[in-house]
Design a protein around this ligand. Structure first.
Ligand SMILES: C[S@@+](CC[C@H](N)C(=O)[O-])C[C@H]1O[C@@H](n2cnc3c(N)ncnc32)[C@H](O)[C@@H]1O
Length: 676
């Protein structure tokens, strides 16, 4: 992804107008390679543009590769495989690129450009295959202050990059190293675990959350090889039958307790494997069709609101039929849904859109977390990215809620109320997808109003998109369970029991293998450590109206009837008050006190409250609204903290994934900072 500066205001090559640079200096440094390689000519040729489209990127990279100085040991090209028309439909396309590359070189020779050299089509084809075999997409995992497009990157397309050394790392689906890009495009490769002398260091070329068949297909299609890593070897041989028979042949294996909690509701526990298989393949087909619809509606058609409605209804149905919420196709759909919801929110649909986007972000994060929980440390970079994006989405939810509160007050926001000194709002300095998230950073006494990009939220009924979403069905209870599982996973390492949960699913389908913290037959359970739990853990449990509505079976009206904190707590315990976790749209209200305890920074809670109160000064916010905001803010802070902890491992500041690396982020210098 290009930095905002490059995207918004690129400096363009004066000859071709297509190569974008961040600075004039950068353009000057690149001029020789850009021109002498023939790239500048290629980018001026309309015919090449028409013929190659987005593949111009690869053609340019091949031209640059041919200019590498000093000449490097040849990169692997896999050209015989790539150009085999009997096994690859796109072999002809590669030849087309090769021809364009050869033509561009010829043009450079004709112009007598220094360093230009003619090239046969075969040589050009080999260079093109080297690009496909060895290039990476420049997608910074970290916020970057500035990044140079470096060359002829097309706007909107992530540049492809080749490195003399880093391009030689082999792939593993259980990678023991991860890479990230620094501003300007420097690549940094870090180990994720201790590595023995002579042990091979591998990175991952793909999303490790995908199941074996999908990974295999992607590697074959994109890189032309069959992976021989240990994880693929293990997953290639048939796995032992799942305890209850309910396993999907192309899904990663989640822990047994999770599977048993998620068994398709329509199937008896002792269902025959054929029945399970049939049911699963129906679900798979259904999810595939939904993905096609997503592509059509949202990716190609840009119809975000329709995509939201169709996909959400479809995915709820699939989950109700027994689809595992972490099914890889579900994950793809969450990603699409999160984007669609975010677009709806930006274009004026209700605030529910943003909350939904955050929910889908959470589900994706939960999936990555589940992979870590079963020891797939290769999922670390993906988990870090997911949590960071989820935290950013929650910041947007919070910003939207705050703004809505302000607008709904008779006087609007009071002009003379200053934010507390440790709170400021502004953009993170980055070029990632977080660029629109309002940020709270402890850096300034000033609120940089000009930089605030509050989402423009209008009441649902005022907008076309919103109108279509008046009756979004309640998500299935399994979703809430997944989120509770997420929080559980987050707290696993802490030595404190996490606040536990009660959901309809947990209530209705108790499974013997479920961990006690998720069984929660008695509603809120406090763990073995209760005596020592911090007092915040005994604070009142607030219930949202949505909670009360959605969970009428749970006795009483929760906090409304309790007089004091102690009474409320006792009442909550007795009355099986609903699920804990993050309060988003539906029955996910919670008291993240368990997480607070592991951050060991008790003062930040009152700080957060005070900060929110100051933000909302005089806006007539009642205690319950404040609770709601606080929970969202907490969610964002926890997600950011978690992401920052994971990133510490990815970035090599911490060696292994421990409690302190996962949660110590509140203390450590962060690559970005969220302080409430
Ligand atoms: C970027 S190159 C890696 C460096 C390459 N091995 C070399 O010697 O230059 C990627 C190519 O290495 C091979 N490769 C990498 N990881 C592999 C794996 N896990 N299993 C099989 N082949 C792999 C494939 O041919 C792939 O297209």
């Amino acid at each position: 992804m290009l930095s905002p500066k490059v995207l918004e205001d690129p400096i363009k090559c004066t000859r071709c107008g297509s190569a974008h640079y961040c600075t004039h200096r950068c353009m000057k440094d690149d001029k020789d390679v850009h021109v002498q390689s023939g790239e500048c000519n290629l980018l001026q040729a309309d015919s090449a543009r028409d013929e190659l489209g987005s593949l111009l990127r690869e053609a340019c990279l091949a031209l640059r590769l041919l200019q590498w100085k000093p000449p490097q040991p040849a990169l692997l090209s896999n050209w015989a495989k790539f150009l085999d028309p009997s096994s690859r439909d796109d072999a002809g396309v590669l030849l087309l690129i090769a021809r364009a590359v050869a033509e561009a070189c010829k043009g450079a020779v004709a112009e007598k450009l220094e360093g230009a050299r003619g090239l046969s089509e075969k040589e050009a084809a080999e260079a093109v295959c080297q690009v496909f075999t060895n290039s990476l997409e420049y997608e910074p995992i970290l916020p970057v202050a500035s990044a140079c497009a470096g060359s002829a990157a097309q706007q909107g397309e992530p540049p492809a990059v080749l490195y003399q050394l880093a391009s030689r790392f082999n792939h593993s689906c259980r990678a023991n190293a991860a890479y990230h890009f620094k501003p300007g495009g420097t690549i940094v490769v870090r180990t994720l675990v201790d590595i023995d002398a002579d042990q091979e260091i591998c990175i991952s070329y793909l999303d490790p959350l995908q199941p074996y068949p999908i990974r295999t297909a992607q590697l074959r299609e994109k890189f032309c090889f069959t992976c021989c890593c240990e994880r693929c070897a293990a997953e290639r041989s048939p796995p032992p039958p799942a305890q209850n028979g309910a396993h999907d042949d192309d899904a990663p294996s989640p822990p047994a307790w999770f599977l048993s909690a998620m068994a398709p509701p329509g199937l008896p526990d002792e269902a025959a494997p054929e029945d399970v298989g049939r049911s699963m393949s129906q679900i798979r087909n259904m999810l595939s069709k939904l993905m096609e619809q997503a592509q059509e509606l949202f990716v190609r058609g840009g119809r975000a609101a329709e995509a939201w409605a169709v996909l959400e209804a479809g995915i709820f149905k699939a989950v109700a039929m027994g689809a595992h919420p972490f099914h890889h196709r579900c994950l793809e759909l969450y990603s699409c849904l999160a984007s669609a919801c975010r677009v709806c929110a930006k274009t004026g649909a209700s605030g529910a859109a943003l909350r939904r986007a955050a929910l889908y972000g959470l589900l994706q994060s939960a999936a990555a977390e589940a992979m870590l929980a079963v020891g797939e440390y290769g999922a670390l970079p993906q988990a870090a990215r997911n949590w960071a994006e989820t935290g950013a989405l929650l910041c947007e939810v919070l910003a939207a809620e705050l703004e809505q509160q302000r607008r709904s007050t008779p006087h609007g926001a009071p002009a003379n109320v200053a934010a507390p000194s440790h709170v400021s709002t502004g953009h993170p300095q980055n070029g990632s997808s977080m660029q629109h998230a309002p940020y709270y950073r402890g850096v300034s006494n000033e609120r940089p109003q000009a930089h605030i990009d509050w989402p423009d939220i209008a009441p649902a009924e005022q907008t076309a998109q919103g109108a279509g979403h008046k009756s979004i069905p309640e998500p299935p209870a399994e979703f809430a369970l997944v989120l509770c599982a997420t929080w559980h996973a987050l707290a696993l390492d802490t030595g404190h029991d996490c606040v536990s949960a009660q959901t309809h699913a947990a209530q209705q389908r108790q499974r013997p293998n479920m961990p006690s913290s998720l069984q929660s037959q008695q509603g809120i359970e406090h763990g073995r450590d209760e005596q020592n739990a911090p007092s915040s853990k005994r604070q009142k449990v607030a219930r949202s109206p949505a909670d009360a509505k959605a969970d009428p079976g749970s006795a009483g009206t929760g906090t409304a009837e309790a007089d004091s904190d102690t009474d409320r707590h006792a009442a909550a315990e007795q009355q099986h008050v609903g699920p804990q976790g993050l309060w988003l749209d539906f029955r996910l209200l919670g008291e993240p006190a368990g997480f607070m305890s592991c951050q060991a920074q008790p003062s930040s809670r009152p700080d957060l409250r005070a900060a929110l109160k100051a933000e909302l000064a005089m806006s007539g916010t009642d205690e319950e609204q404040l609770n709601r905001l606080e929970h969202i803010a907490y969610g964002a802070a926890i997600c950011h903290a978690h992401a920052a902890g994971l990133l510490q491992v990815v970035l090599g500041r911490s060696h292994t994934l421990t409690q302190s690396s996962a949660f110590g982020a509140f203390f450590a210098p962060l690559p970005y900072k969220v302080t409430f």
